[in-house]
Design a protein around this ligand. Structure first.
Ligand SMILES: *Cc1c(COP(=O)(O)O)cnc(C)c1O
Length: 390
């Protein structure tokens, strides 16, 4: 590898890396990803756990870090939240009882290559197996990072065919791998093909590019995407340290193209399992016009148990959010259940007692309050028959 990583001083919070000739070229970033123990060790002092992880983990799940994302690592502290997300540690090789290779049962809900169809009205379309970086908490590690190639034209044609002949599908989520690492032209082919299917009402893109490769969100990409509204983007910020000027600009650009942006955070032990971090992350996301959507309890993907928290931790954190910060900043805490039973929303229980004429609730300060309810429980909307037809 021939490039030298730009020198960044590392005050906290992380500063964005300085602009370099190629640093702001997203293809340069992908070509110059840091992928080996040797490359990483040349840039920071590895801990013994990281050394062991880097020796063994890549045989199980590959390592790749864009120079940009690498520049956000605090090289003095192994507990850096960016570092933990991309540098494997020895514990990645430990498999706990209950861990699964396919934690969400996706493979058994796949009616065509590249399609996961678990809910009645929406499905996932996996467009490629490449990501810009490989997250150590990846739940699709069995699939991604192998060939680093887009779905073949043949498989894509069959996947589109499945969506075409399944009129119940209103909502298609393009995921992967990271769809925004495709060329704009290739991505447009996929989106345009979906948009040509009359029953596909909305298209969503799941991507970590604004976080790990923000220079990819360029004018060309935004000009293409805005032709295909209603189009939604869900991204994946896990820590406020990731909200650099470049990352913020990427989100603003997408928002300026009229794209509503949501964020899916994975609750990661020692990375963002703190009230201070989550409050800061979610309120800062709103400032960039990104709406926190889901906070996931860690999936039971084999090799990720050291990054998971207990369910009690997740619920206790939610309790410190609701009421304390804008409702707009509060995501749903969900467990994507093992084996493909779907997402289940969980959270603190604010109901203290349920009576026929009143419920007793606990507010965010722990104070009790009654909500009286009507005796008549009938909630029929008589106009429905007229509006929807009998
Ligand atoms: C998460 C997921 C969806 C989308 O779920 P929403 O709750 O609508 O965001 C759809 N299909 C699959 C297979 C999923 O895992």
């Amino acid at each position: 590898m021939t490039f030298a990583l730009p020198i960044v001083d590392q005050p906290s919070p992380a500063r964005d890396a300085p602009a370099g000739e190629s640093f702001d070229d997203w293809r340069w970033q992908l070509r110059n990803r840091i992928t080996t123990k040797q490359d990483i060790a040349a840039r920071l002092a590895l801990t013994p756990e990281e050394e062991a992880g880097l020796e063994a983990a890549p045989g199980h799940f590959r390592v790749a870090i864009t120079p940009y994302y690498f520049s956000l690592i605090d090289r003095d502290h192994p507990s850096c939240p960016v570092r933990i997300q991309v540098i494997p540690r020895a514990r990645e090789l430990e498999i706990e009882p209950g861990d699964l290779v396919d934690p969400l049962g996706e493979d058994s809900h796949s009616p065509a290559t590249g399609i996961f169809h678990r809910y009645p009205d929406r499905c996932l379309l996996l467009a490629l197996d490449r990501c810009a970086i490989y997250c150590r908490h990846c739940n699709r590690r069995r699939l991604v990072g192998q060939e680093e190639s887009p779905i073949s034209r043949e498989d894509l044609a069959q996947a589109l065919d499945y969506i075409r002949r399944t009129p119940a599908i209103r909502d298609v989520l393009i995921s992967g791998g990271d769809p925004l690492t495709l060329s704009t032209a290739r991505l447009e082919e996929i989106i345009a093909a979906l948009r040509a299917i009359p029953h596909v009402e909305i298209v969503r893109i799941g991507t970590r590019v604004p976080v790990v490769l923000p220079m990819r969100v360029d004018d060309e990409l935004c000009a293409m995407l805005k032709k295909y509204h209603p189009l939604y983007v869900n991204t994946h910020f896990n820590h406020p340290r990731e909200l650099t000027p470049r990352a913020r600009a990427a989100c603003e650009k997408l928002a300026d193209a009229g794209i509503p942006i949501g964020n899916q955070t994975v609750l990661l032990r020692g990375v963002n399992s703190s009230v201070r971090v989550l409050r800061k992350l979610f309120t800062e996301l709103l400032r960039c016009r990104v709406r926190p959507y889901y906070l996931f309890q860690g999936d039971v993907a084999a090799g990720t148990s050291h990054l998971r928290t207990s369910v009690e931790t997740g619920i206790a954190l939610m309790q410190e959010l609701r009421g304390h910060i804008s409702g707009l900043a509060i995501p749903h805490l969900v467990i994507d259940t093992p084996g493909g039973m779907g997402k289940v929303s969980i959270g603190p229980d604010y109901v203290v007692a349920r009576g026929p004429d009143k419920w007793t609730l606990r507010n965010y300060e722990g104070k009790l309050v009654d909500y009286p309810q009507p005796a008549d429980k009938d909630a029929t909307c008589a106009y429905d028959e007229i509006y929807f037809g009998a």
